[in-house]
Write a protein that binds this ligand. Sequence first.
Ligand code: NCD
Length: 332
Amino acid sequence: MTYSRKDLLDLASCSADEINLILDTAERFRAVSEREVKKVPTLRGYTIVNLFFENSTRTRISFELAEKRLSADIVNFSASTSSVSKGETLLDTVENLLAMKIDMVVMRHGASGAPHFLAKHIPVSVINAGDGTHEHPTQGLLDMLTMRRSLGDLKGRKIVIVGDILHSRVARSNVIGLTKLGAEVVLCGPPSLIPVEIDKLGAKVEFNLNRAVEGADVVNILRLQKERQEGGLLPSLRAYSRDWKVERHHLDMMAESGIIMHPGPMNRGVEIAQDVADGPRSVILEQVLNGVAVRMAILYLLSESSKRLRNTDSSTTETPDTDLPNIGLESA
Ligand code: NCD
């Protein structure tokens, strides 16, 4: 099995096999994070541009660390300090970067579909680090890696996603990826924050939090996205917390080995109680650790597929089906 595409834009276009390949590869890179020397030479000589048009702390740092641990050279670009604020178009910005011979672009953008547009127009790999309210594939993958590490096979597991589903690209990537792996996904939140027709993606909807968390193997709690609330969708923060905050007593209703997740940043006391966030079932910091490994795996797999795409006329040629590729794990 090989990943044979130029880009990683969403999980909707990934097969279950591709998702599993990324997770298996990430598992191997995770071991690198546990070493004293956390750096490998895999992407030596590659230049990666991190294009962030929207604020981000953990995703940006996580990509940056992943790139540095693979020995890539990196350039960080944030829209507020660039010529974009002088009116330059996205394509012009990137054409200029390409002229400087970059090899990959990691992009976060407030507009859904922006990375897809870019990927269509430039010959280098594009990784979507979150586009509007559409998808956040690397977050979906790191969540799945975290779940898999705690629970094993995800087939038939009850995964509950609680909160502001409407504005959440994390929820969309989770639903899409998890249903491909055979999990049972339940979405729970205020009716005004659950998109209509979300069940078409294969998830169930449950408006009662107690019923939703009953027997859950995972409760993944989303941040209430205060910056994306258009008028009228939420009564008040107090009312939101009263009805949707995950608290200690919910933990007793979950499966015995059930885990608590949150993609961050957390609004403590709004969607998640302090003692749930810091309690023994919380794997929130594990998610952060797994995020670096997943991003290393994606960068590596895309670099390999780009090499193959460059070296062949047709994009369908695959390298021999070996066990798992040699990912250059000797220390740099
Ligand atoms: C998420 C995002 O930006 O979509 N955060 C993240 O990447 N860790 C979720 C959020 O902003 O609430």
